[in-house]
Design a protein around this ligand. Structure first.
Ligand code: HEM
Length: 314
């Protein structure tokens, strides 16, 4: 069923009587219909706060917030070093594949610190496809295997943690990574395009100008009105957050992080990282020129698949 997309995404962000998409039940149904084992994917979906119904959501959200808070100090201390290590290439003469050489390794390092376990760039290539609604069987199996490997790595690293704690850590890996990669990749491309006179010519915005999370979905749990539009119980609705990219109003762009019960728990970290990146780059007079930029094929996130710049000095 195609989702209802209202003219103003805020209508959905403010609406009551909406539930999260029952991802776990859908994948369980698919696994039964296709006769393939997707149990690791179903378990992971059952641990992600964003996928949990109201009665189970609050507790998971509280625990994951505590997990993030527990890593706050180490993350804030490391942030400037992570930025310098991975983004210095963007201030040195030559061609740079920005996603491969800077954004992906920086995000992998941040998420590793957050979870307390080293995660390679390649280890989590498929995890966020977990939200895809148009994935073929082969990809589903690859995702299942990848999640299985991450679970095994988590169990070996934290042998005394409960299955629930490990599930929450896994959900941090899933929720943080692609949202950051996409938001930072797309926003950096916009900034680089505006910086032909040099990174230091930019007035770096407090909030990223683009989002990697172009929409969020919900399902109506009653017959409701979304703005002017009637929506029947069971019908999916979509808040098109990418619409806020056109807005100069930072309050609207804050909605890149959602709103209400499921408001992003990584917002402070993502914004601090964005500002740290701005401080570092705007200190440099190097001039970036965007050579290639193309989004990867993805029905959930906006993530550059190719993003190359040429950096020159005055
Ligand atoms: C710039 C990067 C990010 C963007 C644009 C972003 C965006 C979002 C959005 C839109 C939601 C709400 C989804 C919905 O209501 O359906 C969300 C939820 C969430 N995000 Fe982020 N996010 C980002 C980075 C992160 C990071 C780095 C973390 C981990 C530290 C994180 C953790 C979470 C969690 C745990 C939730 C679920 C909260 C809940 O369901 O209660 N996010 N994010």
């Amino acid at each position: 069923m195609n989702p209802v997309i209202p003219d103003t995404p805020t209508d959905i962000l403010k609406a009551r009587d909406l539930d999260v998409v029952p991802y776990a039940a859908r994948v369980a149904g698919l696994s039964e219909r296709l006769g393939i084992d997707l149990s690791v994917t179903v378990d992971a979906l059952n641990a992600i706060p964003l996928c949990l119904p109201r009665d189970r959501h609050a507790e998971a959200r509280r625990d994951i917030a505590a997990m993030i808070a527990g890593r706050n100090e180490v993350l804030r201390a490391e942030l400037p070093h992570i930025v310098r290590r991975h983004f210095a290439r963007l201030t040195e003469t030559g061609r740079v594949e920005v996603m491969r050489e800077a954004v992906a390794p920086a995000v992998a390092e941040l998420i590793s610190l957050l979870v307390g376990m080293p995660i390679g760039v390649e280890d989590t290539n498929h995890v966020s496809r977990i939200f895809s609604q148009s994935m073929g069987v082969a990809r589903r199996k690859t995702l299942e295997a990848e999640l299985g490997r991450l679970n095994a790595q988590l169990r070996a690293t934290f042998p005394s943690s409960s299955a629930r704690e490990l599930g929450l850590k896994l959900s941090l890996m899933i929720l943080g990574r692609d949202a950051m990669m996409g938001t930072f990749g797309c926003s950096l491309a916009a900034m680089a395009q505006a910086a032909e006179a040099g990174w230091n010519s930019l007035d770096w915005p407090d909030l990223p100008p683009r989002t990697g999370v172009p929409y969020i979905d919900r399902v109506a749990n009653a017959d409701v009105m979304i703005g002017e539009q009637p929506v029947a119980k069971g019908q999916p609705v979509r808040a098109h957050l990418a619409d806020f990219e056109a807005s100069d109003d930072p309050r609207l762009r804050l909605s890149f992080f959602g709103a209400g019960a499921h408001l992003c728990l990584g917002r402070a970290l993502a914004m601090d990282s964005w500002r740290a990146l701005g401080r570092f780059l705007t200190d440099s007079s190097a001039r970036p020129k965007v050579l290639t930029f193309e989004l990867r094929r993805d029905d959930v996130f906006n993530i550059p698949g190719t993003f190359e710049i040429e950096v020159s000095k005055q």
